[in-house]
Design a protein around this ligand. Structure first.
Ligand SMILES: [Zn+2]
Length: 208
């Protein structure tokens, strides 16, 4: 199985890839964000460039996501990837390096709901980790949390606008490549996977 979880920021990509790995333990989870974090921690040139762009809100140079993904790619037999590929050139590169995806999950998200959820969260001003409980300490550094600032919502809105600008061509390309496509909100997908795990497993064996 070569599964891609595609969707705008805050649409539940992590939840879906974790759910898939829980249902199918042979799947390896590839989180693009975790790959980039690891590269940045190693202090490599591309890792530093990624960190710089991420922290300053600068869009990543066009070729950087492909380089970051290729450096971490270890050709697992069965995997689910989230956060990559995003743009059409990345989707094309993904297919040339990893083969066509067998499963494509396209998550939809309700803008109003995401904004409300973001505004209701508390976050650590130091490491930006967030929690829904105002009494909780930062889950990363243990420091105090503050009401999430508006700039979080603004940052999210900017990333969402970027998503709308690049997503359609990439989705069209990936849809023609993947024999199995599921589209909908992540909550519906979690429920669907719960009800259809057995039948879904049959499609895995047939197509992986
Ligand atoms: Zn913290």
């Amino acid at each position: 199985m070569r599964a891609i979880v595609y969707g705008p920021p805050c649409s539940g990509k992590t939840t879906i890839s974790l759910t898939l790995c829980r249902l199918f333990p042979s799947l390896e989870r590839l989180s693009f964000h975790a790959m980039c974090e690891a590269e940045a921690r190693r202090g490599t040139a591309v890792g530093r460039l990624w960190r710089h762009c991420d922290q300053s809100g600068i869009p990543l140079p066009r070729v950087l996501p492909n380089i970051l993904f290729a450096r971490s790619w270890s050709a697992p037999a069965s995997f689910v990837v989230d956060g990559y590929p995003k743009r059409l050139p990345e989707a094309r590169f993904f297919v040339s390096m990893c083969g066509a995806p067998t499963h494509l999950f396209i998550l939809h998200c309700d803008r109003g709901l995401v904004e409300a959820r973001l505004r209701a969260r508390w976050e650590c001003p130091k490491c930006r980790a967030s929690t829904s409980d105002k009494k909780a300490q930062c889950p990363v550094c243990g420091g105090p949390t503050i009401r999430r600032q508006d700039d979080s919502v603004l940052r999210w809105r900017k990333r969402f606008e970027q998503y709308l600008a690049y997503a359609q061509p990439a989705i069209e390309f990936l849809k023609t490549a993947a024999p199995f496509v599921w589209q909908g909100p992540s909550s519906a997908l979690v429920a669907w996977l719960g009800d259809n795990a057995k039948g879904f497993e049959a499609t895995l064996n047939k197509r992986s």
